[in-house]
Design a binder for this molecule. Structure first.
Ligand code: C5P
Length: 288
């Protein structure tokens, strides 16, 4: 078989509700996940031997062997006793440690791509099952779109599409560690808002959330914690709101997204944040 290409889309969270700590140390969460059209690209081809080789233009992890794409390919090969190998090339565009699920999406693309390349004929549910062993957000990334995730994030159900929205993603120069954000979260008193259930209900009942009501729905329980760890996150959110955008932190941060009603306002904001030295991405939600 010739070369295969898989696109690995970034995700944002329309909501994150943290319900509590689980006996296994993870947090019980509810989230509404949404794909956006910023993506990494994975190129796969068969090898004559049984080796798996990964070529990645930028060092994603300090030790290349730690790369989630390699771990994913090895797990799939072992689990299904695959007697084939693969050459993988990963073109990175999604920033790392950003809260945009880039690593999770790359792993999901690896599962989808190798499933084709190695002719395993696994259905999405089987891929999701394997994905859950590799990371909490990876099962969602197998199918993407708009979805409700629960458990530690690995249980996923499709919900009606959030529709097409234009966003600006702003990535500060530093990264934030998800375990650290959760550890800080545990030190605080917390009342669950169940924002994810409200979004799901609204999308089911009304099919769409109007721009004027977005602010009432979007919510991220980790935002306040990350703003405490890195005040720049809070400043970015405030400055986006002052420009008329509805702003929310992505995942555990530090990337912030702003949804703009007016395209020109979004482009002007993008230029200003670029001039201020931020990495910026003009993206659109993807609905299936
Ligand atoms: O599952 P994943 O490897 O992506 O999780 C990374 C880290 O994030 C976990 O080790 C844990 O510290 C934290 N986490 C959590 N609860 C979740 C998901 C992640 O505490 N539901």
């Amino acid at each position: 078989m010739k070369e295969l290409r898989e696109l690995a889309y970034a995700k944002i969270n329309l909501s994150i509700d943290v319900l509590g700590v689980r006996p296994d140390g993870y947090h019980e969460v509810e989230m509404v996940m949404q794909s956006v059209d910023l993506c990494d690209e994975l190129i796969l081809s068969l090898r004559d031997d049984e080796q798996i080789h990964l070529d990645c233009e930028k060092a994603v992890t300090s030790d290349p062997e730690d790369n989630l794409v390699l771990q994913t390919a090895r797990l799939l090969k072992k689990r299904y006793s695959v007697k084939k190998g693969a050459d993988l090339t990963l073109l990175k565009r999604i920033p790392v440690q950003a809260g945009l699920g880039g690593g999770s999406s790359d792993a999901a693309a690896t599962l989808r791509g190798l499933n084709h390349l190695w002719k395993l004929e696994l259905v999405p549910e089987e891929l999701e099952h394997l994905a859950a062993e590799l990371g909490s957000d990876i099962p969602y990334c197998i199918q993407g779109g708009t979805a409700f995730a629960f458990g530690r994030g690995e249980k996923v159900r499709k919900i009606p599409s959030f529709g097409r929205w234009n966003m600006l993603l702003i990535k500060p120069s530093f990264g934030l560690s998800t375990p650290k954000v959760y550890r800080e979260f545990d030190k605080r008193e917390h009342k669950v808002r169940y924002a994810s259930r409200a979004i799901e209900n609204e999308l089911r009942e009304r099919k769409r959330i109007r721009f004027s009501r977005l602010k009432d729905f979007l919510h991220n329980d980790l935002q306040q914690i990350s703003c405490g760890l890195s005040p720049e996150v809070g400043q970015l959110i405030l400055s986006l709101e002052n420009r008329g955008a509805v702003a929310l932190m992505c995942g555990s941060g530090p990337t912030v997204m702003g949804i703009f009603e007016d395209g020109k306002d979004r482009e002007k904001a993008c230029k200003d944040y670029l001039d201020a030295g931020y990495r910026c991405y003009l993206v659109q939600t993807i609905s299936y």
